[in-house]
Design a protein around this ligand. Sequence first.
Ligand code: NAP
Length: 322
Amino acid sequence: MEAIRVHQFGEPEVLRLEQVPTPQPGSGQALVRMQAIGVNPVETYIRAGIYSYKPALPYTPGNDGAGVVEQIGDSVTEFKPGDRVYTAGSISGTYAEFALCKTEQVHRLPVNVSFAQGAAMGTPYATAYRGLFQRAGAKPGETVLVHGASGGVGTAAVQLARARGLRVFGTAGSDEGRKLAREQGAHEVFDHRAPDQFEQIMKATGGRGVDVIVELLANVNLGKDLTILAKGGRVVIIGSRGRVEIDPRDAMQRDADLRGMVMPNTPPAELASIHAALVAGLENGTLRPVIGKEFRLAEAAQAHRAVMEPGAFGKIVFVPEK
Ligand code: NAP
């Protein structure tokens, strides 16, 4: 099969399309033929060798994808060949024609959802759900600021929060991104490049502050985030690309919580609960992943550059043909 292989950490050009043996599913495993593959920022950090987790070289990147079950191993009863599925994690890496997965990494993809949309579930939607509900404890009636509402995690957070009955504020750095955030359910949108964005957000809450902030770029925003929280407010830190200075008194005065998260820390039972909720959301139409750009696997280097560019618009995926 064709797969992207990384033989050394470095620039996007280290992503090479090669022929490798097709893996065979063992007990409790399924082989999925990928019809779409999700591209996430974390895969660029790992490829560059700057992330805390460094896979043994060579490796095939990728966590997310969607496709059809090709083969199942012994003792697999949950799936059969031909089933439409999405993957959230894999043993062999999803940047490939086939991905070998544990059955708990495979979830049913409803018929009303495209493969490209399925490839947005594993990391972005699961992260948004965990951040909002399991880490920040966001409740219906509360106000949430999705700080970075135009990308993969942000659009997912807007849809999830709106469907749960929260008042949703979203930010983006471009007009297209703000339009997208509004279309996905944000009641109010703001420009995270505007120098007075925090004043605008505070004003929109009538001076009370927001209950929850889903923070996608904490190294830029965390210090100011603490100044626009309501009493008892929570910031869930999902994305950060550097250091930041905060004034702890801003948290003290508000009895505020800073809650970090990375998806690999999610306990298995909570992960299963997340995907049960996500599949239900896909079935009932409240979750509608937005696909921004599509690339072929042979264009992996371009895709890795695109996912790090400003002006996010939904999800970037690989598809077999453009
Ligand atoms: P993405 O699709 O590339 O989106 C990036 C988002 O960040 C866009 O909405 C972008 O908005 C926004 N952004 C840019 N400048 C910003 C600013 N000054 N303030 C607030 N937001 C800003 O990436 P993604 O997949 O959504 O992931 C977002 C971040 O979360 C990444 O850093 C990723 O590594 C991290 N992440 C962490 C976990 C975890 O387990 N903790 C899981 C998934 C993702 P514009 O482009 O419109 O400016």
